[in-house]
Design a protein around this ligand. Sequence first.
Ligand SMILES: NC(=O)C1=CN([C@@H]2O[C@H](COP(=O)(O)OP(=O)(O)OC[C@H]3O[C@@H](n4cnc5c(N)ncnc54)[C@H](OP(=O)(O)O)[C@@H]3O)[C@@H](O)[C@H]2O)C=CC1
Ligand SMILES: CC(=O)N[C@@H](CCC(=O)OP(=O)(O)O)C(=O)O
Length: 355
Amino acid sequence: MIKAGIIGATGYAGGELVRLLLGHKEVEIVWYGSRSYVDEKYAHVYRNMFDIVDATCLDDNLQELARQVDVIFTATPQGYLASILTEEILSQVKIIDLSADYRIKDVATYEKWYGITHKSPQFIEEAVYGLCEINRDKMQGVRLVANPGCYTTCSILTTYPFVKEGLIDHHTLIVDAKSGTSGAGRGAKVQNLFCEVNENMKAYGVATHRHTPEIEEQLGYACGEDVTISFTPHLVPMNRGILVTAYASLKKVAYPDGHVDYPTEDMLLDVYHKYYDKEYFVRVLEAGMTPETKWVEGSNFVDVCLKVDPRTHRVILMGALDNLVKGAAGQAVQNMNLLFGFKEQEGLELVPMFP
Ligand SMILES: NC(=O)C1=CN([C@@H]2O[C@H](COP(=O)(O)OP(=O)(O)OC[C@H]3O[C@@H](n4cnc5c(N)ncnc54)[C@H](OP(=O)(O)O)[C@@H]3O)[C@@H](O)[C@H]2O)C=CC1
Ligand SMILES: CC(=O)N[C@@H](CCC(=O)OP(=O)(O)O)C(=O)O
């Protein structure tokens, strides 16, 4: 049994971590960290925890926490961990950071897109980008995991096999994404109020969203070239869920008889299967199905599927996940399982909720 502490346990991602870790056989949560609710009962902040969690919220004393636990989850705003992380802390404990502080390897890129100065760039190099399906082999002996963003997890897993295999022209890649409002966190601003979001839909962060360089960097590693995409997120009136629809022009391939032509839908589906059949959390849907946020809600699954448009020679790649689970807390638990040698699915075999 290991001990875990959560800084930011009172946020949406932290709250989801609590829910998942309470169902994990190998972990005990000993620190419910907060900024605004110190000394208040955690179950008074989140009443779904009434009669389940008796603990009182503690502060965000990372030094003290590092002495007490085996793993710390930081589910805090961008810049928080970077501003307080030290070698002394990292030498005592493993940290899984749900923010973007250590996701992007180039510090200038991080500072440009996030508009903040990185306070501890010396730890960026050693941090592993915790997209388990792609970086599982890099988790041995790791001290710091950069847990990927919700849009990014969905966008990368949906497109990665085709970028890696060189089957699409990545210069033409357009990622259109939609998110439920919990993606903005509990401390969200006026534009996320019910009467602003309900019966409404809008694009935001157009051509400027901070997940753009994260997706580009990871897809760049996949194909060994610089990748530049168009990424447009939208806010939709749901609690949870990310839906990605990505468009790219297909590249011609050589067929066994020597002729060169565009790949067929079946060939591309085989590629999804080649990459994901062994992945418990990625479900490749049958041809003709389209991923829906409702079918993955509350679970750590990512559903993917595709359609070839023979008129345009483009492929339309589609993916859906729950932003608070595979897009945040579930992925963080999956990373913890890898770091500590637990079964990767432990605590995460959650059947999606419906309706
Ligand atoms: N929501 C989502 O779907 C996803 C979120 N993330 C990332 O996870 C992190 C948390 O997001 P989310 O849960 O949505 O945000 P919330 O706004 O819901 O929660 C933020 C949490 O951080 C705490 N906090 C805020 N400021 C400070 C501070 N200065 N010092 C210590 N603690 C602080 C808050 O404490 P208190 O409430 O007690 O004030 C709260 O517990 C962010 O980096 C976000 O980008 C990543 C993927 C998906
Ligand atoms: C709906 C909504 O507002 N979503 C957030 C993404 C939340 C998230 O995943 O944040 P990080 O990955 O950057 O930590 C946004 O667009 O900023």
